[in-house]
Design a protein around this ligand. Structure first.
Ligand code: MG
Length: 381
């Protein structure tokens, strides 16, 4: 039984293009299924989190990241009697708009687009599901429900919010999204913090001894070392990471249950009108979570080996963007037609947006290949 403040399929605010309800699925199950069948979802397998895809097969990609987020999100949604299918759909879609090469790619593309409204991967995720997926006869995009789109759009500038209509309104009125969206947002943070610890250790960029200064890690490490004094490092790391995730999820469920009990919202609209989010960690754990983030920022994301990947990523994305802006004859026919159409409709800004859409849609390896084909003499074109 779903809580009254959950998102209920039969009370959805609907789709941009009205459709008959699905036969044997709920509305949000249909959203999830459309996301899984989308082209952008399949490309996540070759898109980077922190480590460039071809530098090692053991690391997370955006696809495995999205699945881990969904896993964590579903556990929390189920425990709180919230809508599991909607939570899963939002989690699986949250990174669809990511450029190749993770944040390095997004920052480079944002710099390129500075005079044309910038580039923001989260907004791009909404653009992918609203506009760019080109598969259905009767509408552009995936025509997802309002609740799912509301969850995908996590943050948004006031200027962009004004252009987005109903979905942007909450950023202007400072309202909350539904609880399923709030879960997806935190599940994302929990997932990437923990798997970056895991990937960072495996890549040899951080050491177990460094992590002893991080309280959330150190606490679980002591427990595991005491219980299994002879355990090898691989098992030790996994035992610690899984305990960290479990600890956070349990804390999140308990803290959010208490908040929901106190606020007692009558429905999803009361959740939206509430002063703050109702899905939260306890203050103590949130402080530890932020400390772990700080550690990762200083020791992992700023590691020189990560910086070298970042540098290369920047070059590839910037070079491709500039080349396509200067000479649209370099674009494959299908994409050149889109660039010409948007340039005809919106001038230079339209041209830039279409080029950014094309570059953002690339996987790491496609971007690297395209860069070689355009810039490296002797490469097959
Ligand atoms: Mg993410």
């Amino acid at each position: 039984m779903l809580a009254r403040y959950a998102a209920h399929d039969e009370k959805t605010r609907g789709r941009r293009y009205p459709e008959a309800p699905p036969q044997y699925r709920g509305e949000f199950q249909r959203d999830r299924d459309r996301i899984v069948h989308s082209g952008a979802f399949r490309r996540l397998v070759y898109k980077t989190q922190v480590f460039v895809n071809h530098e090692g097969d053991m690391y997370r990609t955006r696809l495995t990241h999205s699945m881990e987020v969904a896993q964590i999100g579903r556990s929390i949604a189920l425990a709180l009697n919230l809508n599991e299918a909607l939570t899963e759909a939002i989690c699986l879609a949250h990174d669809l708009g990511h450029t190749p090469f993770g944040h390095a790619g997004q920052d480079a593309l944002n710099d390129c687009m500075r005079e044309h409204g910038g580039f923001e991967h989260n907004l791009q995720s909404l653009r992918v599901v609203d506009e760019l997926e080109d598969r259905y006869a009767e509408f552009p995009g995936l025509n997802l429900t309002f609740e799912c789109r509301e969850g995908i759009l996590k943050h948004c500038s006031a200027a962009n919010a004004r252009k987005l209509g109903d979905i942007g309104l909450r950023f202007l009125e400072r309202r909350q999204p539904g609880l399923e969206a709030q879960i997806a947002n935190l599940a994302d943070e929990v997932a990437y913090n923990n798997h970056d610890v895991d990937d960072g250790l495996r890549a040899g960029l951080i050491e177990l001894s460094d992590l002893r200064e991080v309280p959330m890690f150190a606490r679980q490490l002591l427990i595991v070392e005491k219980k299994y004094p002879d355990i090898n490092d691989r098992r030790l790391i996994h035992e610690v990471v899984r305990r960290m995730i479990n600890g956070i999820v349990v804390d999140l469920i308990e803290r959010s249950s208490a908040l929901l009990r106190d606020a007692d919202p009558v429905d999803i609209n009361a959740v939206r009108m509430n002063d703050g989010p109702l899905i939260q960690m306890s203050d103590a754990l949130w402080a530890e979570h932020l400390e772990l983030k700080r550690f990762l920022r200083e020791r992992l994301y700023r590691h020189y080996r990560v910086q070298r990947m970042t540098r290369k990523a920047r070059t590839v994305v910037t070079d491709l963007y500039r080349a396509f802006m200067e000479d649209s004859m370099l674009l494959p026919d299908e994409h050149r037609a889109v660039v010409q159409r948007l340039a005809g409709e919106h001038g230079e800004a339209g041209r830039a947006r279409a080029v950014a859409d094309y570059v953002a849609g690339m996987t790491d390896r496609y971007a690297i290949g395209e860069h070689e084909r355009i810039f490296v003499p002797g490469q097959r074109s």
